[in-house]
Design a protein around this ligand. Structure first.
Ligand SMILES: [Zn+2]
Length: 279
């Protein structure tokens, strides 16, 4: 019996297979089994560890540099993220923030000096760049190490939760490290999205074997509640990946209709979601 990667339930079943795609790009033809959990409704891969795939994925040449248009969208998205965080925390004068899976620290380096900026990144090359940008770095695996207790005002995970072997362990550690009233905010793929329902193995954010887990608002609420969080809210994230739905449905028989109404459907398809909760 295969246990769910998130809730450990045994009520799971094999659902479909997906190739090694990164976004719309085929990396190789290896096929991976996706399992569905009837308890928490998430999808997951039953792989022992992802660390080899991490290293493969973050060698630097693997992800191409973003185009000028994508850099512009990233810049807008950083501003919106900052406004979101400050609004939810009630506009304090000083914010202690930790970004988990921060890469070279692009998001943190966009924040002003009212933030104490900490980052966690296991790729040493990226961590060195972040360090040079003045960010205090942790470079060990959060699942095996400890963070300061009751310390941070805000902990962010911009598309990193889905890479962890044990997402519940990560959420437990984050809960421990946030101060009472502290905020967790994360962006993740969404297995309830239109692109996943129609595209399945072509879903832009499936990214097997690097994404070990495809959550949705229901499974994230269960997981966050399980770690002790409250006031949990998931909302569609519409400013990143403008063409994800386009690529997710590229083989679907209804794709012509979807492309005809693309901007409208993209607004409501929730390909990726932002989830917030408080300690
Ligand atoms: Zn589950």
């Amino acid at each position: 019996m295969i246990h769910c990667r998130l809730c450990r339930s045994q009520h799971t079943q094999r659902s479909f297979t997906a190739p090694n795609n990164h976004g719309r790009i085929r990396i190789d033809n290896t096929q991976y089994n996706l399992y569905y959990c009837k308890n928490c409704t998430s999808y997951f891969l039953n792989l022992k560890t992802s660390s080899q795939y991490y290293q493969q994925a973050y060698q630097g040449s693997y992800y191409p540099s973003p185009s000028k248009f994508i850099s512009f969208l990233n810049h807008i998205s950083f501003i919106l993220k900052r406004i979101h965080i400050e609004t939810l925390l009630g506009f304090p004068n000083h914010i202690k923030i930790l970004d988990i899976g921060c890469g070279p620290g692009e998001f943190l380096s966009h924040l002003p000096s009212q933030y104490s900026k900490h980052g966690l990144e296991i790729n040493k090359k990226a961590a060195r760049i972040a360090s040079k940008r003045g960010i205090k770095m942790f470079t060990s695996d959060i699942q095996k190490s400890s963070l300061p207790a009751n310390y941070y005002d805000c902990i962010t995970l911009w598309h990193s939760l889905e890479h962890f072997d044990s997402p519940q362990t990560v959420l437990n550690k984050i809960y421990h490290s946030l101060r009472p009233g502290g905020l967790i905010i994360m962006n993740t793929p969404n297995s309830s999205s239109l692109g996943f329902r129609l595209g399945r193995q072509d879903y832009f954010h499936l990214d097997a074997p690097r994404h070990l887990y495809l959550p949705n608002p229901t499974s994230l609420k269960l997981a966050l509640t399980g770690s002790g969080f409250h006031t949990i809210k998931s909302t569609p994230q519409i400013f990143e990946y403008p063409l994800d739905l386009f690529w997710s449905v590229r083989q679907h028989p209804w794709r012509a209709i979807i492309y005809l109404f693309y901007p409208f459907l993209k607004l409501f398809s929730s390909e990726t979601i932002t989830t917030t909760a408080f300690k």
